[in-house]
Design a protein around this ligand. Structure first.
Ligand SMILES: [Zn+2]
Length: 375
């Protein structure tokens, strides 16, 4: 079964709440942080409903989930206290990950700050050696994430990941989390040459190292070095490429995890698009959402085609305008999805639907007409 899901919350009743949230989106996998990603406060694992969560996961057929390490961990830091905190806290996170019964913890390799990439790679490898030496009683692998290359972060190229692995003694415990937004932003052309990118990864790191895939569209063009996620189909990568990633033979069996932003005009009532994204990528939209939903997608296709709006062109043109025309951006900073939502709302198209429901349908419209043909 395709393992696909999103980042979900591990607060309240821990693994039980996370599993319930994931099932609301129709997920067959999910990813959690064991606590706030930006600090080191953690509740004891005894209070995280692990048995109840595992039981529910089993009932729902969720075989594999993923933990993400907090971003405050920087194994690339030359500052002694930052580095030592990174080592000891990552070890604690690995023990927690082991207790949950999870095989891979995703880690941003680190940033070299005031030093240079070579220093960063050596320091991160030194840190990983130290970390792995202290957690031999666990069977958790560290999945180094491919990074976009913003600031001084390491992992922007497949070579950097390979160089780290080369220097780590127990590197059989190092895997990779491939993030679609990050590799696109780092300059790997997955839109026009996904096979070539995966072949390149295979040559330099090895496809068998990939243990997790993060699915995100990107608010920036390829090679921008930025790292800003967009809902699937609403960014520069597009639905088709991300669907090809999910169904690529070379990535079969891996958990695919969405980290797409929640959307909505008011920050307080924003909602995730995961349920629509998952159904679209899995290919069971009609089963999940029903015939009314499919009819409404058809309505969207005729509504926008009457105005000569092509979904892919609209998304790319809007991002290009926002990127290249500062004056136009100042006058109207709305991103593609918000502009589309406003058009639908102004036309009074689906007055019976909530903002979230309309956005779900827009996400499905962005996935293209093929969706209606297949249904
Ligand atoms: Zn990440």
């Amino acid at each position: 079964m395709l393992k696909i899901g999103s980042h979900v919350s591990f607060s309240d009743k821990g693994l039980l709440s996370a599993t319930k949230e994931a099932s609301l989106y129709g997920s067959s996998s999910f990813m959690i942080y064991t606590g706030a990603p930006q600090n080191t406060r953690r509740k004891p694992m005894e209070s995280m409903y692990l048995d109840e969560g595992k039981q529910l996961m089993k009932e729902l057929g969720m075989e594999e989930i993923v933990v993400h390490a907090p971003y405050i961990i920087n194994l690339g830091s030359y500052k002694e206290n930052t580095y030592e905190l990174a080592v000891s806290f990552l070890q604690e996170e690995i023990r927690r990950t082991h207790a949950i019964g999870v095989r891979n913890i995703v880690l941003h390799p680190g940033a070299y700050t005031d030093k240079d990439p070579e220093y960063g790679i050596n320091r991160i490898a030194e840190g990983l050696n130290e970390v792995l030496n202290g957690v031999k009683e666990t069977d958790v692998n560290i999945a180094l994430e491919t990074m976009a290359g913003k600031g001084t972060e390491i992992g922007r190229s497949f070579e950097e990941l390979a160089a780290i692995m080369d220097k780590v003694e127990y590197n059989e415990r190092l895997t990779v989390c491939m993030d679609t937004c990050h590799i696109h932003d780092a300059g790997y052309d997955i839109v026009n040459n996904l096979d070539g990118v995966l072949e390149e990864f295979d040559r330099i790191v090895g496809l068998d190292r990939i243990a997790v895939v993060h699915l995100n569209d990107s608010k920036n063009p390829a090679a921008a070095g930025k790292d800003r996620h967009a809902p699937i189909g609403s960014g520069w990568i597009g639905f088709e490429t991300i669907r090809n990633v999910v169904h690529h033979d070379a990535l079969k069996g891996r958990p695919f995890i969405l980290e797409t932003p929640w959307i909505g005009k008011d920050a307080k009532t924003q909602r995730p698009m995961y349920e629509a994204e998952i159904a679209l990528l899995r290919g069971d939209v009609a089963e999940r959402f029903g015939q009314d939903f499919m009819n409404q997608i058809e309505d969207l296709h005729s509504f926008f085609s009457k105005q000569d709006v092509d979904s892919r062109q609209f998304v790319l043109d809007t991002w290009t305008l926002l990127k290249n025309d500062a004056k136009a951006k100042k006058a109207d900073p709305r991103e593609p999805l918000e502009r589309l939502y406003d058009q639908v709302a102004e036309a009074g198209l689906f007055t019976e639907l909530t903002e979230e429901q309309i956005n779900h349908r827009l996400i499905a419209w962005l996935a293209g007409k093929q969706l209606l043909v297949n249904a």
